[in-house]
Write a new protein. Structure first.
Length: 343
């Protein structure tokens, strides 16, 4: 082949690549425009100040279509169905797959990067400004801050992306904001089952919930095809099994009850859970009035009510139900997930 045909081939290839790049840019712009376009019937959202100093608010990840989609938003606890205030596009955090906050500390688990995505846990202050960032080794799935704001915990899927089947692996970390110490993996803790040390290669932990003393916590342990409620001691680096068939525990504000999801016989394999509350003093379980499968770590909206996410038209909605088994579920926040209460 002489020089002229080679130049022609090169020119044609360049034109083709430029055309493909142009098409990609147009499609990306269309997707961005679609993302920023509010949908009829969706909750109204406007850009504004969202901080942890504002009392009487419910914070959550906004899933309503429009410019504030995927931003941390807030509504008054008294009017959760009303217009929501969202963090500006230029503010942190954005695109939190999981979010939680308490007592002036927040944690945001998000995906970063381009072609090869990465994941990180971002610690935030009361103004929702980044304080420290941790690279994490998997897909974010659970996040919690202790009632005092001192401790933050997060769980990621190292492999798999669902708790419904057995083919997954998790990693759960706890960070102490006061000492700056990080416990990168609860699998390094000593597990005590039936009073004896339990060793197994298939230990998986997720769903941490903290007690008020910033030492005791509860979580889920999966091993041998079973799940257990475990009580953790941060100072001693121990975990003690308490009860079988407990997942994603959430400790009540007074520390006496744990809300959790439980696998029930006869339920479909991919939606096997129902919500229960365990009284830690009497060991009595109470089934709640929500009969749909809940794959979430429920949040105590107050001492009597639980808040949790269920699939919705634009990702997820937040529902509430009394913790004593009475009444019926109520849609509390349309197009929202990962809630946190600022009392």
């Amino acid at each position: 082949m002489n020089v002229r045909p080679r130049l022609l081939v090169l020119l044609l290839a360049t034109v083709l690549l430029a055309a493909l790049a142009g098409i990609a840019i147009v499609r990306a712009a269309d997707r961005a425009s679609e993302r920023d376009r509010a949908r009829p019937g969706e909750p109204a959202a406007h850009s504004g100040v969202v901080t942890l100093h504002q009392s009487g608010r419910l914070l959550f990840r906004n899933l309503a279509w429009g410019p504030q989609r995927d931003h941390v938003s807030s509504v008054p606890l008294t009017t959760t169905a009303g217009p929501r205030t969202s963090t500006p596009r230029t503010s942190a955090p954005r695109d939190c797959l999981r979010f939680h906050a308490a007592a002036g500390t927040a944690i945001c688990l998000r995906t970063t990067g381009g072609v090869v995505p990465r994941h990180e846990a971002v610690l935030l202050d009361a103004e929702l400004r980044p304080v420290r960032t941790f690279q994490v080794s998997g897909i974010p799935t659970r996040a919690r801050v202790s009632p005092s704001g001192r401790l933050a915990a997060w769980t990621v899927f190292v492999s798999g992306d669902s708790y419904a089947g057995g083919a997954f692996s998790t990693r759960t970390a706890i960070y102490d904001t006061r000492t700056g110490s990080l416990q990168p993996d609860l699998e390094k803790f000593t597990v005590l089952k039936d009073g004896h040390r339990h060793r197994a290669a298939d230990h998986n932990f997720w769903g941490v919930t903290f007690a008020a003393d910033d030492n005791r916590f509860y979580a889920t342990l999966a091993t041998g095809g079973h799940t257990y409620l475990v009580e953790g001691d941060l100072a001693r680096r121990t975990l003690r099994t308490l009860r079988e068939n407990v997942e994603c525990p959430s400790l009540s504000p007074d520390g006496t009850r744990i809300a959790f999801k439980k696998r029930v016989p006869g339920a479909p394999a991919d939606t096997p859970w129902r919500l229960y509350v365990l009284d830690l003093r009497t060991a009595r379980e109470t089934g709640l009035a929500e009969h749909r499968s809940v794959d979430d770590e429920a949040l105590w909206l107050d001492s009597r009510t639980l808040l949790y996410a269920l699939p919705g038209d634009f990702g997820a909605d937040l529902w509430s139900v009394p913790a004593d088994g009475s009444d019926t579920p109520r849609l509390t926040v349309k197009s929202g997930t990962s809630p946190a209460v600022v009392p």
